[in-house]
Ligand binder design. Structure first.
Ligand SMILES: Cc1ncc(COP(=O)(O)O)c(C=O)c1O
Length: 359
């Protein structure tokens, strides 16, 4: 029997809508989620198969220790500074959970990674947006406005590089340190989301030694080609890392942990993926710039932000089997992930057809 009164959910979750996966049936170029177009290397696939055969057992502590050790070598941080989760997504969500109380504020640029709003709403918090502005082919964050917004919040999140613009937004270390000190006086947290670090080469992870209110978040979903295996991590001062670790689930899938271990044993693969993608990105950007009425912004990531003269461009590309992502800047904008050379051509041809009015 259906209950007379529907289950009473928390008031701030009544209208809440999450994010759900989509189908790719009929899609010829899958360029919407900033995945790596290249599958993981063979050694990773073998490690996953080995651990799948032990799927009756919960993972042992040694597996996570081994992974933290490898992430320590890869990042230069100490193992006690590393917190691992199911994707950067889980690490971020738990960090929001740790510091954001109902009614609490979260400052972030707009546009930025769409999940920041989701994590904020999940906690009953309130986003405070600081609008990005186009400037000289890139996008720019007004640092003093962001600092003001952050100083009035429990948490500030900055994706650097930013998704969906592709631009680097953080200022120099001095200004970042100043903001961290200001936030520290109020016990507020700054999250620097470096999901695209392998493409940008820019990191502020070194500041986590001195500031225990800075959380740097990274992922193996992009250059390491592990999006479907869901491993991300944070780098923080050991004190903050310990607090965050205390609310993480005790077990992660052993197949995913084994995949991450195998991937980090040979980080050369990710370097090659990042090099290839950067090269392809610049080629794609130069081809897009030749198209009439199309504007492309600078990118330090594996995707490009594109403004076109075509309304509903994302839906119209979808009709041609090309999946790209809508961005909250207008229906003539899109974010395209750099794919394989073949996929990039399919995208370019489909967009050219639309521009010629034949789409
Ligand atoms: C800015 C940013 N942060 C975090 C993530 C999370 O990625 P994942 O959960 O796969 O690690 C993404 C994924 O696209 C992203 O763009």
């Amino acid at each position: 029997m259906l209950g007379a009164v529907p289950v009473r959910v928390k008031p701030w979750l009544e209208e809440f809508r999450g994010y759900s996966p989509r189908s790719y049936r009929g899609v010829r170029a899958r360029l919407d989620l900033n995945e790596s177009p290249y599958p993981p290397p063979e050694r990773v696939v073998e490690a996953v198969a080995r651990e799948a055969a032990r799927g009756n057992r919960y993972p042992e502590a040694e597996m996570l220790e081994r992974l933290a050790g490898l992430l320590s070598s890869y990042t230069g941080a100490r193992p006690e500074q590393i917190v691992v989760g199911l994707g950067g997504d889980m690490v971020l969500e738990k960090a929001f959970h740790l510091v954001l109380a109902p009614g609490g504020r979260m400052a972030a640029p707009r546009p930025s990674f769409s999940m920041y709003e989701v994590y904020t709403r999940l906690q009953g918090g309130e986003p405070i947006w600081v609008e990005l502005e186009p400037a000289g082919g890139c996008w720019r964050l007004d640092w003093s406005r962001f600092s003001e917004a952050a100083a009035g919040s429990s948490l500030a999140a900055l994706d650097n590089p930013n998704n969906p613009t592709g631009s680097l937004l953080a200022p120099g270390e001095g200004e970042l340190a100043e903001l961290l000190e200001r936030l520290s006086a109020r016990g507020a947290l700054l999250i620097l989301d470096e999901a695209y670090y392998e493409f940008s080469g820019v990191t502020y992870a070194g500041l986590t030694e001195a500031y225990d209110n800075l959380l740097v978040v990274r992922t193996l979903s992009k250059a390491f080609s592990l999006a479907g295996l869901r491993i991300g991590y944070a780098i923080a001062h050991p004190r903050l890392a310990e607090r965050l670790r205390s609310i993480m689930p005790p077990f992660l899938p052993r197949t995913s942990v084994a995949a991450a271990i195998a991937a980090l044993e040979d980080p050369g693969y990710a370097r090659r993926v990042a090099d290839t993608v950067r090269g392809e990105r610049e080629w794609l950007a130069s081809m897009l710039r030749r198209l009439p009425g199309v504007r492309v912004y600078c990118s330090y990531t594996n995707f490009l932000l594109v403004e076109t003269p075509v309304e509903d461009v994302v839906e119209r590309l979808a009709e041609q089997g090309v999946a790209v992502r809508r961005v909250p800047l207008g229906s003539n904008w899109l974010r395209v992930t750099v794919g394989t050379p073949g996929e990039n051509r399919v995208f370019l041809e489909a967009l050219s057809r639309l521009l010629q009015g034949q789409g």
